[in-house]
Design a protein around this ligand. Structure first.
Ligand code: GTP
Ligand code: SPV
Ligand code: MN
Length: 603
């Protein structure tokens, strides 16, 4: 069988920064005995190490360097075409009992699963290098910050982890040498990138992750969905905080009043774009800044507010659809020092994707490595093609992104991709109702996970694929956080994706989402009018700042803000069915909340 990841032989001074921690050393030794690599490479995260690894990755054909003129410091990687997104059906939560994992997760018994994985990993790194990647999730001086070690045989994973996490000596330092220090053990091997031998396994009780058979994104960057969300949510419940699939943004008024909001939208439903939005010209003096674009860890502050940190150090964002029109800040971020995956390569060493500004190139190499022209039937870039960039590239990075205690959250926003039923925005009546709104979220599926695209599915708090324990218990944890906050954030729901009868988006989205954000901030400040409806507070057209808004007629606006009882009848039925599937852990308080909605519609 072809070796997909031939070993590299570093010169002295590279790959030899072995940490002193006896637990780490013993664990690496154990994994090496099992996987039998040719050598072990200890990453320190340095510039020198990265430059050498990039050279090796080019030599091995793992990455292609892009034109230094067009995209300085940037590279393109093509994944195996059978390996382009998260695989939810092969993602397992291995708690001692099936009940702990709950009805929405794929459960497997820990003992059997370890045995199976050990079988798959035996000798898996022969002729390969075993890389040890130490990293931290969270700002270096935050009490929430977690240490992780990822073992991998993929040089692409190492390069990506250096962008996405704070990697190397910072983690070794944070861990110290104490035997009691907690750290996450992550083992990843490409094996032969065979979908039939692909498994992403989580052992929350052991703070351990084992991922085999994939080389892509959330399956293998174990810091991200695996540690920061699945293991993270499990730890958060035990320790009394929240690990969420949320962006965090700052919004400052021309008078200098600043708020932070966190928003949970499912994968490929607009988090990165919302986190970097540029307000329309009419909102002169308003500034939006980014704390994070995908994950929020939130804890209760001494003042009774909810405080959030972004555990990540970079963005792993959806490329297609990104343009200077839709998201100039993302475009500026990915002009340099970017690791692209599965986009098209142009003849002049630049990258291209569907939805980029300007005309398509006359010729390119598509994401599979084949010739492509505008006449080709296939897409040049995969719909889930991604960029990995350091957050430092973001021109609107919030200055408080490294603050250990986090930033105070004024509003939490839930939202999904819904062609109908759900209005542009509504506010929850109180914390419990807000948790109900998050619990009943639904969204049309996207290319971020393998499987059908465009099917409406329930996705509580955008955490369906990312919750490391029973969903009902997770909702109960949310219910319990509210009363512990003397000054809780207000909760809202948005839908940028409602369509007209012809299937066209009714709302222009992107920068114009500032109009909705402004109303949300107004509500947080006790201003901003609304009508109380059966589903919550909805702004009337006059409550929204619509000056300069183009392409939305009065009728369309009415449609966007409408609650149609016949559609909601179906919706409420869907909620009931879904809640039934979450038993026996489904909180009674949310069932009661649903009854109230039913009554309001009946009146
Ligand atoms: P993950 O990284 O998978 O968690 O995705 P995300 O939630 O960060 O989504 P992202 O911001 O990358 O957007 C995904 C897709 O939705 C892109 O193709 C965007 O162009 C599109 N999109 C984002 N915001 C809007 C919006 O306001 N309106 C419309 N119509 N499309 C949007
Ligand atoms: C998501 O799917 O929500 C992502 C991309 O952010 S991945 O890291 O691949 O999970
Ligand atoms: Mn995501």
């Amino acid at each position: 069988m072809k070796n997909l990841a031939p070993a590299v032989s570093p010169p002295g001074g590279i790959g030899d920064s072995k940490p002193a921690h006896p637990g780490v050393l013993a664990w690496v030794q154990e994994v090496a005995c099992l996987t039998e690599p040719e050598n072990i490479f200890w990453c320190d995260g340095s510039e020198k190490e990265n430059a050498w690894l990039l050279e090796q990755a080019q030599r091995l054909g793992v990455v292609t360097k892009l034109s230094e003129e067009k995209k300085p410091g940037s590279y393109l990687h093509r994944s195996n075409p059978n390996d382009v997104a998260r695989v939810e059906q092969f993602t397992l939560i291995c708690t001692p009992t099936k009940e702990e994992a709950g009805p929405t997760n794929n459960w497997a018994a820990p003992g059997e699963t370890y045995a199976k994985l050990h079988g798959l990993l035996a000798g898996a790194m022969r002729g390969r290098t075993l890389f040890v990647v130490p990293y931290i999730m969270g700002p270096p001086d935050s009490s929430l910050t977690k240490v992780g070690f990822e073992i991998t045989d993929s040089i692409y994973v190492v390069l990506s982890m250096r962008i996405m996490t704070r990697m190397g000596s910072v983690a070794v330092k944070r861990l110290g040498s104490g035997a009691k220090a907690e750290w996450n053990r992550g083992v990843h091997s490409l094996l032969d990138v065979n979908p039939e031998r692909r498994l992403i396994c989580h052992f929350p009780q052991d703070n351990a992750i084992i991922s085999v058979g994939s080389g892509y994104g959330g399956n293998v960057l174990l810091s991200k969905k695996c540690l920061a969300l699945r293991i993270g949510s499990y730890l958060a419940r035990k320790q009394g905080w929240l690990a969420e699939h949320m962006l965090i943004l700052g919004v400052e008024s021309p008078e200098g009043r600043k708020h932070y909001v966190a928003a949970a939208f499912p994968s490929a439903c607009g988090k990165t774009n919302f986190a970097m939005l540029i307000p329309p010209p009419h909102f002169h003096g308003w500034k939006v800044t980014t704390i994070g674009d995908d994950i929020a860890w939130m804890q209760i502050g001494q003042d009774g507010r909810l405080y959030a940190v972004n555990p990540e150090n970079g963005y792993f964002g959806v490329v297609p659809g990104s343009s200077y029109k839709s998201n100039p800040n993302a475009m500026k971020s990915i002009e340099h020092d970017t690791l692209y995956t599965n986009v098209a390569l142009t003849d002049d060493g630049d990258v291209w994707w569907e939805g980029k500004d300007g005309a398509p190139p006359a010729h390119a190499i598509d994401w599979k490595g084949n010739d492509w022209t505008p006449a080709s039937k296939e897409k040049a870039a995969h719909p889930n093609s991604r960029f990995a960039v350091p957050m430092r590239n973001n021109p609107v990075l919030d200055p408080d992104v490294e603050k250990g205690e986090g930033v105070p959250i004024s509003a939490i926003i839930f939202g999904g991709r819904r062609s109908d039923t759900v209005p542009l925005v509504f506010g929850a009546l109180n914390w419990t109702h807000g948790v109900f709104v998050g619990a009943t979220m639904a969204s049309e599926t996207t290319a971020a996970a393998t499987g059908a695209v465009g099917q409406v599915r329930r996705d509580p708090m955008a955490m369906l694929p990312f919750c490391g324990y029973s969903m009902g218990a997770y909702l109960q944890h949310w219910l319990e956080i509210g009363p512990r906050l003397s000054n809780p954030p207000l909760i809202f729901n948005v839908n940028w994706f409602r369509k007209d009868a012809g299937g066209k988006f009714l709302w222009p989205g992107f920068g114009d989402n500032m109009r909705v954000l402004k109303w949300i901030i107004d509500r947080c400040e006790g201003k901003g009018g609304a009508e109380e409806t059966s589903i919550g507070y909805i702004p009337r057209p006059e409550d929204l700042d619509l000056e300069g808004l183009q392409g939305v007629s009065k009728e369309q606006l009415k449609e966007l803000l409408s609650v149609k009882p016949e559609q909601w009848k179906t919706e409420i039925e869907g909620q009931k069915k879904f809640f039934e599937t979450l038993q026996p852990d489904m909180p009674g308080a949310l069932l009661a909340e649903r009854e109230k909605v039913v009554k309001r519609f009946a009146n």
